[in-house]
Design a protein around this ligand. Structure first.
Ligand code: KG4
Ligand code: ZN
Length: 339
């Protein structure tokens, strides 16, 4: 009998629902929350309210697009954490009630593991290669930066991580300094296309092993801009593309240096990237270059699977369902959630 998983994602500012049948994606609906743009970052209270408004229409559309009846769903998989507690509560409560009404189990999912497992989502219209175990995954999002050794679908070990800001946060904070809207990563990426990445250089962190640090870079960027504005008030406007290309280049170099080190030391050449920042064109091409140079077997996710989505929750839920790893109805979300 087929296994059909409804996935629910509500950890930050995207409300998403997806349906996966036997590992194949049937639908993946995402409602973004534009309400935060005016504030330069996600406002938790507004995010929870928007999830509350969006969740039922989003789930309804995911089920309709998938062409299934809700009675066919085998289990509901939901993001338990990490994330904003108020946002997580909406997805968790919805999933529990929905499953209770249909007499089906619920499956708790760690959002970060889910970002990594996007590489196992199968699609009817396009055949994709699936990674072999073990592989290394560079996971870079708005809240996390990790190098993960993936030994099996649900057996992962974090071998390196940021000691302060995340890679996505570095993009967002630098973007804010030069007046780009939140989230800043896509704006920097776009402007960087026509800029010179060697125009400006910024300080690089010296951190042990496979760990990262981005707070020094952010501060050096801030001071650099402040000093130049004192001399020329139009400095940002006149150098926007070069600034974006240079800061993107610095972030990508920092990310790649530790990934290359991890691959060399562990001898693992199956390399994947995941998370919102894996949409970055500079990072994607740097991974492809390294792949050629070091003979890596590289896995780069489709753009639609890089930022937050419920397809990744559903695929993780699918593997946990096969293990009969169900959660009980008294489960609560976790703002911090280690795996
Ligand atoms: O994974 P994600 O959607 O949410 C979290 O779990 O945090 O990642 C969001 C992050 C934001 O920091 C955003 O600026 C960044 O991903 N991002 C990008 C790009 N697209 C999204 N950063 C650089 N270049 C991009 N093209
Ligand atoms: Zn995420």
């Amino acid at each position: 009998m087929s296994v059909i998983i409804l996935g629910i994602e509500s950890s930050c500012d995207d409300t998403s629902a997806a349906v996966i049948k036997d590992g194949y994606l049937l639908s993946n609906i995402i409602a973004n929350q534009n309400v935060h743009k005016a504030y330069g970052g996600v406002v938790p209270e507004l995010a929870s309210r928007a999830h509350q408004q969006n969740i039922i229409p989003v789930v309804d559309q995911a089920i309709k697009t998938a062409g299934i009846k809700k009675e066919e769903i085998s289990a509901v998989a939901f993001t338990r954490g990490p994330g904003l507690l108020g946002s997580l509560l909406v997805g968790t409560s919805f999933s529990k009630s929905f499953a209770l009404a249909l007499h089906i189990p619920i499956v708790e999912v760690n959002h970060l593991q889910a970002h990594i497992l996007v590489h196992f989502i199968k699609q009817y219209q396009s055949e994709n290669r699936l990674p072999d175990f073990p592989f290394l995954c560079l996971l870079v999002s708005g809240g996390h930066t990790q190098i993960v050794m993936v030994k099996d679908y649900l057996d992962m070990e974090i071998i390196g991580q940021t000691i302060d800001d995340a890679g996505g946060e570095a993009f967002d904070k630098c973007a804010k300094v030069i007046g780009l809207p939140y989230p800043g990563g896509p704006g920097i990426d776009q402007n960087a296309q026509s800029g010179n990445k060697f125009a400006f250089t910024f300080s690089k962190p010296r951190i042990k092993d496979y760990d990262y640090s981005f707070s020094g870079l952010k501060t050096s960027f801030l001071y650099f801009i402040r000093d130049h504005i004192k001399e020329n008030q139009y400095f940002i406007k006149e150098n926007m593309n070069d600034l974006c290309a240079s800061i993107q280049h610095s972030i990508v170099e920092i990310l790649m240096q530790k990934l290359i080190l991890a691959s060399k030391t562990t001898g693992i050449k199956n390399i994947a990237i995941a998370g919102g920042v894996s949409a970055n064109s500079g990072l994607r091409s740097a991974v492809l270059d390294a792949s050629e140079k070091y003979h890596w077997n590289t896995f780069i996710p489709e753009f639609k699977f890089t930022t937050d989505n419920a397809a990744m929750i559903a695929i993780t839920g699918y593997y946990k369902y096969l293990n009969k790893d169900f959660a009980s109805q008294d489960i609560a979300p976790l703002a911090r959630f280690k795996y």
